[in-house]
Design a protein around this ligand. Structure first.
Ligand code: FAD
Length: 410
């Protein structure tokens, strides 16, 4: 359904990594002509204000789904090369492994948590494919920021060229700027409604963030990329939300480039103020090139998704748990400066086949790009490129993604 010669008014709902990459690749598509085509991205709160600014940032060739991963992994490398991603958003190859360690009891920290919470849910990064990568290895010599006497084992999850990382907030905001440079318009406002005429999209109604005014703009194409909030504009989409907490620590000295999936044995009475039994904690730890370390805990469903990313409730006790867990195996992290305690919502797909859902969503000109679970940073460039193909070519060209067709669910 290429419409060469026709005007196209393309509206993207959501300024997370998926919406921003869609805007970027739409403005780079060979058919994009700014004199006839407009790309307007509408973001309710702040670009990368949700999970896209608070994720870990691991990219892995063994991530899922396998029909997007290789394309997206390569596009990340291409973007970094073309736009100096190394300096702009911390793109680099990174070691990745599973670390088994024994945590030390807290000694000098006052507000402590006591091992894992009962209401936690796994974020599911360690899939069967990921676990298939596990290879026993000696503890690498440069993994010297974990106390050696506490390490019980290390298994590598990456061969050369299989794992890399970006700083998700810097990546998303940079890609938004690059899209703007080629003509995309970014508007802060909350989309309330998509208007239809017979079987085609026709307009988008939103509330302007600054003025509170209700505005209506014409649309020939609407890309819904609202992450965990997708159901507010497409109520029938099977997207759910899981909250997850994370912290950013500046360790006392810079650390080597590792992403660690951990199994930390937390001893009984880890925190002397809270009697407890031995347990196991699984924080993920990401060393970053800006000399900080990001760590996240498991997810929880205890607080429903708020209206906007700005209203996400941060449970300080959950953040402290992560800080204590990672501090229990590393002096550099225990004595470091805490730079951020934060939370966000992961977009899940409530179906056995898993996510994401990418492509035509029923009405003519309506597309869905959501439900990226714990791999949205990895899979965003691939998704954005495929969305640009759906819009300008009528179909996905760079990958076979029939299994992700939203119409299977809507
Ligand atoms: C703790 C944690 C760690 C993670 N680590 C990794 C990792 O290492 N690697 C990886 O690949 N992935 C990781 N992820 C997953 C990744 O963060 C998500 O899959 C990805 O950020 C989802 O992006 P999104 O753009 O779909 O959603 P979001 O980032 O949530 O963006 C959606 C945007 O839409 C906006 N919006 C919502 N409703 C409206 C509306 N009505 N009108 C206008 N705007 C609206 C929101 O304000 C928001 O900005 C992690 C996630 C979590 C929670």
């Amino acid at each position: 359904m290429s419409t060469t010669g026709d005007r196209r008014e393309i509206v993207i709902v959501g300024g997370g990594i998926i919406g921003c990459c869609s805007a970027y690749y739409l403005t780079r598509h060979p058919s994009f002509d700014p004199s006839r085509h407009s790309v307007t991205l509408i973001e309710a709160s702040e670009i990368a204000g949700g999970a896209s600014g608070k994720a870990g940032g691991l990219l892995a060739l063994w991530a899922y789904p396998s029909n997007i991963v290789p394309l997206s992994y390569k596009l990340h490398a291409d973007l970094a090369k073309e736009h100096n991603g190394k300096d702009r958003w911390g793109y680099r190859e990174v070691n990745c492994g599973q670390l088994i360690a024994r945590g030390r009891p807290l000694s000098d920290k006052k507000e402590a948590g006591g091992g894992g919470s009962k209401s936690s849910v796994s974020l599911q990064k360690r899939s069967a494919d990921a676990l298939g990568k596990l290879k026993s290895a000696r503890v690498p010599q440069d993994l010297d920021w974990i106390e050696p006497e506490l390490m019980r084992g290390y298994e590598s999850m990456s061969d050369t060229g299989e794992t890399a990382q970006v700083h998700p907030y810097l990546f998303t905001t940079s890609i938004a700027k690059l899209a703007e440079e080629k003509g995309a318009k970014i508007v802060l406002g909350s989309v309330d409604d998509i208007g239809y005429s017979e079987d085609a999209v026709q307009s988008v109604t939103y509330t302007d963030k600054k003025t509170g005014e209700t505005k209506n703009i014409p649309a020939t194409d609407v890309v819904v990329a609202a992450g965990p909030w997708t159901r507010t504009v497409l109520p029938e989409a099977p997207i759910s939300a899981t909250r997850a907490h994370s912290v950013v620590i500046r360790p006392v000295r810079p650390v080597s480039a590792y992403t660690l999936f951990t199994n930390i044995e937390i001893p009984a009475n880890f925190d002397p103020t809270k009697p407890s039994r031995p347990t196991v904690a699984n924080p993920e730890i990401y060393a970053r090139p800006d000399d900080t370390v990001y760590a996240c805990g498991e997810g929880d469903q205890t607080v429903p998704l708020p209206k906007t990313s700005a209203e996400v409730e941060v449970d300080q006790a959950r953040c402290q748990e992560i800080i204590d867990q990672v501090g229990s195996i590393s002096d550099g992290l225990r004595d470091g400066e805490i730079c951020a305690r934060q939370a966000c919502y992961l977009p899940n797909v409530a179906s056995a086949r898993g996510g994401p859902l990418v492509g035509h969503a029923g009405a003519k000109g309506l597309y869905l790009a959501a439900g990226h679970t714990c791999w949205g940073i990895q899979n965003a460039p691939g998704t954005g490129k495929l969305i640009s193909e759906f819009v300008f070519d009528g179909q996905a060209k760079s990958a076979k993604i029939g299994s992700l067709d939203p119409r299977n669910y809507l």
